[in-house]
Design a protein around this ligand. Structure first.
Ligand code: PMV
Length: 317
């Protein structure tokens, strides 16, 4: 038995679309920040009579159970039946990156419970196959998920750009809607790849954003990182909006929160926004300005969380 605690990560440069469906290989590289405070705690126990998964206190739906146990088969080939108990301390499936921490935690706990030793890169490549963004939650701090070019995907994994101690930042998360999103990221990506005329431009242009974000992180240059993040975000959503039918996650409140960020920036506050596969808005800023951003968001959404930069996965006794 083993129990892992893993933080989700939020993409600063986005991943949207795959070059290989089965192996979850991305069409683009991406960059993320692992966040503090939010976490997934997952326990894996082998040697039970049957596979059973309990997520946030309820039995997993059949589609969820298939994804979980197929992933266990990948991490521990020839495994025995297992019980998986996983809890998030934040809303699941609302674009708050719960799949990133969920599949990273499942990978780390399963490997430890089976007594298998992997390098972090190998763990990341395994986590990637459960959910792409999970490849980045194997590290704390700032992480790049390299696109890779090998057909078996062994070079498509996260690498740490800098640990959490490198740069103290805040991500102010405005929860617009904590319910389940209308379309999951996997189906949304597939539709985008198959139908958006913007998709080719997205793939052709991501590298400049990755380079700018990577260098901006190393230089602790928030404007460079924020600028790359907003540009990458807008390009990603332009591919979604031009899919047929469109993949739409934004709500009126999401736009109002984006406006709030632009207004603050006009007033000299260093703050940049991003969104993921859901209506929530996340703003990247400095510790000194986090309260100003929080105050600007309050009233315009269900809840506001101020997160710092999170550390790596840990195993609990
Ligand atoms: O790997 P998934 O299924 O969690 O997809 C992540 C997609 C985005 O959150 C929209 C972007 C990203 O890079 O995390």
């Amino acid at each position: 038995m083993a129990q892992a605690v893993v933080h989700p990560n939020i993409a600063l440069v986005k991943y949207w679309g795959k070059r290989d469906q089965d192996l979850n290989l991305p069409s683009t590289g991406s960059v993320s920040m692992t966040v503090s405070t939010f976490e997934t705690r997952t326990r894996v126990m082998f040697g039970v009579p049957d596979d059973l998964a309990v997520l946030n206190g309820r039995t997993a739906r059949p589609d969820e159970a298939v994804r979980i146990f197929e992933h266990l088969d990948r991490v521990v080939p020839g495994r025995r039946p297992a019980q998986v108990v996983s809890d998030n301390n934040f809303p699941s499936a609302a674009g708050l990156a719960s799949s990133s921490s969920a599949f990273a935690a499942l990978t780390v706990a399963a490997a430890d419970a089976a007594g298998l030793e992997f390098t972090p890169r190998a763990l990341s490549a395994l986590a990637r196959q459960g959910s792409g963004s999970a490849s980045r939650s194997i590290w704390g701090g700032f992480v790049e998920w390299q696109r890779g070019s090998l057909i078996d995907g062994s070079d498509s994994h996260g690498v740490q750009i800098a640990p959490a101690s490198h740069w103290d930042l805040r991500l102010v998360v405005a929860v617009v809607d904590s319910g389940r999103k209308p379309i999951g990221s996997r189906a949304g990506m597939n539709r985008t790849m198959a139908t958006s005329p913007m998709y080719a431009a997205w793939v052709a242009s991501y590298m400049a954003d990755v380079k700018q974000a990577r260098q901006g992180i190393l230089d602790r240059d928030l404007e460079a990182v924020g600028d790359a993040m907003e540009r990458s975000t807008l390009k990603m959503f332009s591919t979604m909006l031009t899919s047929v039918p469109p993949v739409r996650y934004w709500k009126p409140a999401s736009l109002a929160l984006q406006d709030a960020v632009y207004r603050l920036r006009d007033q000299g506050v260093p703050v940049w926004w991003t969104m993921d596969a859901g209506p929530n808005v996340k703003a990247l800023t400095t510790p000194e300005h986090a309260d100003t951003v929080r105050a600007a968001f309050e009233g315009g959404c269900e809840a506001v969380h101020v997160l710092g930069v999170g550390g790596p996965p840990r195993l609990e006794p």
